[in-house]
Design a protein around this ligand. Structure first.
Ligand code: AR6
Length: 171
């Protein structure tokens, strides 16, 4: 059966899925936004595990346990900073979604939740980023048949509307 794609409005740190994705910075340390919330909720062991990873390139992804989070794993990925669209931002953003799913599947995750990578502090225009997120996840999932569900976790109701429209257009 093809994987289910959903969009919801929630704080991603509350989701009891197999893997949540973190929109981190290249050091995988500190930060505000969703990354700050995930590290706070995961606790000191999660921060230590991130430190041991030794950073992550933009477009790549690395795994840790979830520790105090309800999610079993966190997949840390680093989105591109928006510079106007001519600096491979779209390719790098697509690579984040693809690599995060590959890393989650390799760990045995069946359910994965994504925040909207790069659309906060990194400034990526939301609608463009959401279209890349949905297209890339759809294109990647056939090669990863153990993943059963992917949730796009939106922080605001306006963001949820954008994803809902994109997903409705697929039906
Ligand atoms: N749950 C779900 N989504 C959230 C949450 C949450 N708890 N908090 C924020 N968002 P951002 P970026 C949404 O800025 O743009 C950090 O400092 C938010 O509304 O967290 O990739 C890192 O360390 C937005 O739609 O990530 C990096 O330095 C989305 O998550 C930098 O920010 C992403 O916003 C990464 O910037």
């Amino acid at each position: 059966m093809p994987a289910q794609l959903h969009a919801i409005q929630a704080d991603i740190t509350t989701l009891a899925v197999d893997a949540i994705v973190n929109a981190a910075n290249p050091s995988l340390l500190g930060g505000g936004g969703v990354s700050g919330a995930i590290l706070r909720a995961g606790g000191a062991k999660l921060v230590d595990a991130c430190r041991r990873l030794g950073g992550c390139d933009s477009g790549d992804a690395k795994l840790t346990p979830g520790y105090r989070l309800p999610a079993r794993y966190v997949v840390h990925t680093v989105g591109p900073v928006w510079h106007g669209g001519q600096q491979q931002e779209a390719e790098l953003l697509a690579s984040c979604y693809r690599r995060a799913l590959e890393v989650a599947a390799a760990a045995g995750a069946r359910s994965v939740a994504f925040p909207s990578i790069s659309t906060g502090i990194f400034g990526y225009p939301f609608a463009q980023a959401a279209a890349i997120a949905v297209d890339t996840v759809r294109a990647t999932l056939p090669a990863l048949p153990t993943i059963e569900s992917v949730v796009f976790c939106c922080f605001s109701s306006a963001d949820l509307q954008v994803y809902t429209r994109l997903l409705d257009a697929l039906d």
